[in-house]
Structures are given as structure tokens and as C-alpha cells.
Design a protein around this ligand. Sequence first.
Ligand SMILES: [Zn+2]
Ligand SMILES: [Zn+2]
Length: 146
Amino acid sequence: MNPTLDELVHDLRARGERLTVQRRMVLEILCASRDHLAVQDIQQQLHHNGIELTETTIYRILQWLKDVGIVSQTDLGRTGTVYQLVGAHPHHHLVCLSCGTVIDVGDDAIMPLRDYLRREYGFEPRIDHMAIFGLCPVCTAAGKEA
Ligand SMILES: [Zn+2]
Ligand SMILES: [Zn+2]
């Protein structure tokens, strides 16, 4: 399920997308990571490899990767925005509005939602990586309010 760098590069070229050295380097880092990454994480890894790119440049590359459907973007609240390859172990997140805890949820959890949207709206949803905000069990038990 996790596409290799070669497969992605091949696919992008076949679609006539322009793969610059910088774009390829960012893609390589996303492929190597099993987790999702923030812009700063990508910048740090590039720096580790001896390459300096500004956050703006990395952000633009990520927007392009999103546009071509290779990367998904999720806002995790105070953790910030994270990026991940589409198809790399699909999952979603429950984000606590009180303490900031992030709980991972398997993709199976939203299958009923996809089915419902197809059935009731004839809509083919693209939900690759979703964040649901609320209260974690600890904060709920402590009587916190979101
Ligand atoms: Zn995630
Ligand atoms: Zn909490």
C-alpha cells in the first residue's frame, strides 16, 4: 500500500508533472517517513542531509504534492498542520481540545461515513486523513469542557 519513491516519480513523470530536484527531495523524505511530518520536520531532515530550503519553499512543494493527490494535509489543532503520503497506512485522529492529546484511529472507523455519503448524497468522499476535535477520556472524566 505504501508507494515507493520510484513508483511515485514514475507516476508523476507519466502525468507530465515537472519534478525538480527540490520537489524530489521533499518527496523522498515523505516516502522514508512512516509517520506524518510538519513543515519544520521536513526542513530539519533536509538540513540533516545538507540541504537548506525555506519553510515557504517546502510549503509550496507540499501544496503541489497535495494538488497532484500524493500528499494529504491535516490540521491537528495545537500540534499544527501535518503532511503524509496518501495510502501510507490510512488513519485519522481524535484531537483533545483541552489537553492536546492526539489519539490515532484506523480507517475502518469512517467506512460507515463513506458508505452513508455515497448512498445518501451520491458523493464519492475523499477522506484520506481526518482530524476530529473533542475531549479525550481523561479530560471528559475530569469534567473539562471543550
Ligand atoms: Zn495522521
Ligand atoms: Zn484531553
